[in-house]
Write a protein that binds this ligand. Structure first.
Ligand SMILES: Nc1ncnc2c1ncn2[C@@H]1O[C@H](COP(=O)(O)OP(=O)(O)OP(=O)(O)O)[C@@H](O)[C@H]1O
Ligand SMILES: [Mg+2]
Length: 452
């Protein structure tokens, strides 16, 4: 339970307060000087209220108030004043004291003040809790985005997390498949059990089989002792099978059995093992195609594919780039002890016109690099060398609906012209021989960040 810290150079008064608080069930500590008070109050999470005298020989109550509030704004400070020093009490209120009480006071006066503050603290705690619950619900902590596409994903995650359905996550490299898999696990009833990730592409067939299902000592060369296997480790939790597209037909058959009967045998053993594991699989391959070619079992595909989450590539949700950029800026500022404040509009445009073959992972790398190398407070275009400087070399312009390609070209032309005119919209419209209204429409339509 949190405590109240009583500060008074008059020890008899301090002890009296302690007794009074104790009679109502509130624990407190008493100190006789401001210095001690500041030191004690700096200990995290112990004190919830500081009740301090105003006039004290070493450091006075106003100083105590200032320091305590500075160290921990969540601690409420109540000042005690004597007759004649009420103006100090008013000053204290201005500096952030929660209340004041004039000495001598009646028992009830103090208790009422303390109870009122504790009640407010409870309410504030509740509001914080509700707020974070809400934001957790919509953003799942660290999955950032507000584009319609990502909102749809949030909706699916919150609908499926608490079910037992197996899930298949598809998406290009770096689109957040693992992040989503974790979000599902940690929002499910299995969250207190393990989340086990197996990178299926990294292991040769026999190794993968024993990694997943375990083996008995001596079952193959190199099997010098029993191995328990990832499925058993994941019991009651979730197993995340990353890069499932390339697993062998033999392992596929075993997986199918786990999915159907929650049962398998370790390599070299014929004793069936039962597990209760939810499977989330991920791939950046087109599994349907693998099925058509006979590389992936159709029955396994259907079993895994009960719920499918298709993560869009970053270039299809460029509206999320500004949010992602500020998210990664704050992460990498902290990590590298830097204080980069933001990106310039030109930089944002550059980031929003790029095609991001490596998706969000690539964006994160670019931002981290910029944070480290950037000399000023604002990231400029020179700080973000991109793998492929401009979108739409003519060769890239194929394989998509004509309208999409035309939009891509139109967007780039507008950006180039804005850049060449120093973002003068009147000139830009003239050069392109369109009206300013139409230019504004296109700027909005293509989400070209406004340049100065
Ligand atoms: N919506 C998002 N918000 C914030 N960070 C994200 C988001 N999506 C992905 N990331 C970050 O991008 C990086 C790549 O994500 P992740 O590893 O989940 O991708 P992946 O799809 O599994 O990629 P791969 O196919 O290459 O394994 C991680 O650092 C992850 O935290
Ligand atoms: Mg991954």
């Amino acid at each position: 339970m949190k405590k109240i810290l009583v500060v008074d150079d008059d020890t008899a008064m301090g002890e009296m307060c302690k007794e009074l608080l104790k009679s109502k069930g509130y624990a407190s500590d008493v100190v006789a000087s401001g210095t001690e008070a500041i030191e004690k109050a700096s200990m995290d999470g112990i004190y919830t209220i500081v009740l301090t005298d105003l006039v004290m020989p070493d450091i006075d109550g106003i100083e105590v108030l200032k320091k305590v509030k500075q160290q921990n704004p969540n601690i409420d400070v109540v000042v005690m004043t004597s007759y004649g020093t009420v103006t100090n009490a008013v000053e204290a209120m201005k500096l952030g004291a929660s209340d004041y009480i004039t000495k001598p006071f009646k028992r009830d006066e103090l208790i009422i003040i303390i109870e009122k503050i504790l009640q407010l603290q409870r309410l504030e705690g509740e509001v914080d809790r509700l707020r974070s619950e809400l934001s957790e619900k919509y953003t799942f902590g660290n999955i950032i985005g507000e584009s319609p596409k990502i909102k749809k994903i949030f909706e699916i995650i919150s609908n499926v997390s608490n079910t037992e359905a197996n899930i298949l996550i598809q998406g290009e490299t770096g689109t957040g498949k693992e992040l989503v898999a974790r979000a599902i696990h940690y929002n499910s009833a299995r969250k207190d059990y393990p989340f086990i990730k197996v990178d299926c592409a990294a292991l040769a067939e026999t190794l993968l089989e024993s990694e997943l299902f375990g083996h008995e000592k001596g079952s193959f060369t190199g099997a010098t002792r029993d191995r328990i296997g990832r499925f058993r480790t994941a019991d009651h939790g979730t197993i995340f099978l990353d890069e499932i597209g390339n697993i062998s037909l033999a392992v596929q058959a075993k997986l199918l059995r786990v999915l159907q009967d929650s049962e398998f045998e370790a390599v070299g053993s014929d004793e069936p093992i039962k597990v209760d594991v939810r499977i989330i699989a991920a791939t950046n391959a087109n599994l349907e195609e693998h099925v058509e070619k006979g590389l992936f079992r159709r029955d396994l595909f259907y079993r895994l594919n009960v719920i499918r989450i298709l993560l869009p590539p970053l270039r299809e949700r460029i509206d999320d780039i500004p949010m992602l950029v500020s998210h990664f800026l704050s992460i990498h500022n902290k990590k590298n002890r830097k204080n980069v404040e933001g990106v310039s509009r030109e930089t944002l445009n550059k980031l929003m016109s790029y095609t991001w073959p490596g998706n969000i992972r690539e964006l994160e790398n670019v931002i981290e690099r910029a944070v480290i190398l950037c000399k000023g407070k604002i990231v400029e275009p020179v700080d973000i060398p991109l793998y492929q400087e401009k979108t739409g070399s003519l060769q890239d312009l194929s394989g998509k609906p004509l309208q999409v390609l035309m939009d891509q070209v139109e967007r780039q032309i507008i950006i180039n012209t804005l850049e060449s005119t120093g973002a003068d919209k009147e000139k830009t419209a003239k050069i392109l021989q369109i009206s300013r209204a139409s230019l504004y429409n296109k700027i909005n339509k293509h989400k070209i960040a406004e340049m100065l």
